[in-house]
Design a protein around this ligand. Structure first.
Ligand code: NCD
Length: 338
């Protein structure tokens, strides 16, 4: 499927009251919806900055359906669902009947018949989560945990929560550089969309031309391209480094990883060009010595592990908001998110 075909009409993602129903992509969602996700996520931290536990999703079943490998995303969805007191089932796709020729649709209908309320789906095909969302029962929610190179909306929201919590500045006031393999990265696409929706005016994409997506010019005038790393990160408040997505690259985009590190690797000298309080982020998994030097990954400006913790809060928020209709009947959600 061509990625342009996936510019999701917001009505698929919202119910008739305008609340989140599925979470498939950032595209088409309003600043209010994204802010609601951030505020709800923030409400899941207590005064000591620790994640809380509650019973918002007691009696609900969340099914993790990961057709692609994952460490952080799958585990933090599980941790989030458990903190909301949901039942969590992790489907072992490698051992499931999809390997016996069953279609995705049939697998899904069978899993849906097991009283599932929310499916968290990761798939290597762009559009898989949309495809499923069009086909499930009306009370079932689909959360996209990454589809091909298309979208990774919960990663974008945990990145936004991290920026908000760590910089303590308004999105309108910050400069953000996203560095590396933009072309194959669903994180980059979703981060750019979230930053634009939240009002960021200076989004810089730093990459060689071989790692830029087609149609990049259509991103808008608040997104600028830099081929030279030193220019791209100058005076930035936030740097997001990305892994080279080798599993999605079919023809050589780089001469070598060593060459990439030389041109685009984040090291001390380059980080010194950004603002002194610039934060460094990475969605993981990280390739030390390729896109980022170890001294930076483990250094004082790195918030990479905070992103992981914030991922639990954001995923709690998205799971809770996707069940908002039912929770409102119980009057529970307002009590938490205000
Ligand atoms: C990202 C993904 O899967 O798209 N990782 C993640 O979800 N934490 C980025 C990547 O794999 O490089």
């Amino acid at each position: 499927m061509h990625l342009a075909a996936l510019h999701t009409p917001s009505q698929i993602q919202l119910n008739q009251d305008g609340h989140l129903k599925h979470f498939l992509t950032i595209d088409g969602l309003s600043k209010e919806t994204l802010t609601k996700i951030l505020d709800t996520a923030q409400s899941f931290f207590n005064d000591q900055n620790q994640l809380i536990t509650n019973n918002l999703l007691e009696g609900r079943t969340v099914m993790n359906l990961f057709f692609e490998n994952s460490t952080r995303t799958r585990t933090t969805f599980e941790a989030a669902a458990k903190r909301l007191s949901a039942n969590v089932l992790n489907i072992d796709i490698a051992r499931s009947s999809t390997s016996k020729g069953e279609t995705l649709r049939d697998t899904l209908w069978n899993l849906e018949a097991m009283a599932t309320d929310i499916f968290v789906v990761r798939h290597s095909s762009s559009g898989a989560a949309h495809f499923i969302a069009k086909d499930v029962c009306p009370h079932v929610a689909i959360i996209n945990a990454g589809d091909g190179r298309h979208a990774h909306p919960t990663q974008a929201m945990l990145d936004m929560l991290t920026i908000r919590r760590e910089t303590k500045k308004k999105f309108e006031e910050i400069s953000v550089a996203i560095i590396g393999d933009i072309k194959h990265s669903r994180v980059a696409r979703s981060d750019v969309a979230a930053l634009q929706t939240l009002g960021c005016k200076d989004i810089r994409v730093v990459a060689p031309n071989t790692l830029l997506p087609y149609g990049f010019e259509e991103y808008g005038e608040d997104v600028r391209l830099f081929n030279k790393m030193e220019d791209g990160i100058k005076d930035c408040d936030v740097i997001i480094t990305l892994r080279i997505q080798n599993e999605r690259i079919d023809s050589p985009a780089l001469s070598s990883q060593a060459e990439f590190y030389k041109m685009y690797g984040l090291n001390k000298e380059r980080l010194a060009l950004a603002k002194p309080d610039c934060i460094v982020m990475h969605p993981g998994p990280m390739n030390r010595g390729v896109e980022i030097d170890s001294s930076i990954a483990d250094g004082a400006q790195s918030v990479i592990l905070h992103q992981v913790t914030n991922g639990i809060a954001v995923r709690m928020a998205v799971l809770a908001l996707a069940m908002q209709g039912q929770l409102q009947e119980k009057g529970l959600l307002e009590a938490i998110a205000g």
